[in-house]
Ligand binder design. Structure first.
Ligand code: BTN
Length: 235
């Protein structure tokens, strides 16, 4: 599909804006980039904060009709990580990390549109730190793309990841997470690490399942964790 590319100097959130448009019936493929977000959102109702020039914040909106949506954020993570740098790892389910620090995050939402069955409008929001910044109130200081790639700026990073991402979204639509399982595995940050599930259960991460769930060895056996937040237990 051909994408309209739009750059806004300021918006509340590129994902909020594309979801608003989808609900109003606009369901075309769009790449919406913001120089500044006033109400950037992360997963689980968290805020995503960034200063102009410090980060790349954009959302890709497009109709998608995969047989199964499971694992889409893992597939997107694998695509973006591969485009950016060999050192970028994936922290299940949707974070990009470099050497123990978060580089960026992915937020995926969908809206129904039209009368057609199956297809939904997917809004894939991505935030990447470009420049090192002071981390007020963050437990771990964030990583920055410029640590890996000194010339990194928003247009260069987008040019590097966008074409592959569009191709990979088409591959996901055809084949689902199956086509990305090995690619996620190759960058899986949690594999063989001690993790604590949000309900307090301790275990060891053991890769991801066919549906993108996190497999965790616990005292009760192997558990497949679908959506709860998992954190790495401090050593
Ligand atoms: C996370 O780490 O929880 C996900 C962060 C996603 C942030 C991006 S920035 C562009 C898009 N617009 C938003 O409001 N959020 C996503």
């Amino acid at each position: 599909p051909g994408f309209t590319v739009e750059v806004l100097p300021e918006v509340d959130s590129t994902s909020t804006e594309l979801m608003r448009r989808a609900r109003a019936g606009q369901a075309e493929p769009v790449l919406l980039v913001a120089e500044r977000q006033t109400a950037g959102r992360g997963r689980l109702g968290r805020a995503w904060q960034s200063a102009p020039g410090d980060s790349l914040t954009f959302s890709l909106g497009l109709p998608l009709a995969p047989a199964d949506w499971a694992g889409l954020s893992l597939a997107v993570g694998a695509s973006v990580a591969e485009s950016l740098h060999p050192q970028v790892r994936l922290k299940w389910p949707n974070d990009l990390w470099v050497e123990g620090r978060k580089l960026g995050g992915i937020l995926i939402e969908t809206a129904s549109f039209g009368e057609g069955a199956g297809a939904r409008y997917a809004v894939i929001g991505i935030g990447l730190n470009l420049a090192p910044r002071t981390a007020e109130g963050l437990s771990t200081p964030p990583a920055a793309l410029r640590d890996l790639w000194p010339q990194a700026d928003a247009p260069a990073a987008l040019a590097r990841l966008f074409p592959a991402l569009v191709r990979d979204l088409q591959a996901f639509e055809q084949a689902g997470f199956r086509a990305f399982h090995a690619r996620f595995d190759a960058r899986d940050l949690l594999r063989d690490r001690a993790v604590t599930l949000s309900d307090g259960t301790a275990g060891t991460a053991h890769g991801v399942g066919e549906d993108g769930s996190l497999l965790v060895h616990t005292a009760a056996g192997l558990q497949a964790v679908a959506s709860s937040e998992v954190s790495v237990r401090p050593a």
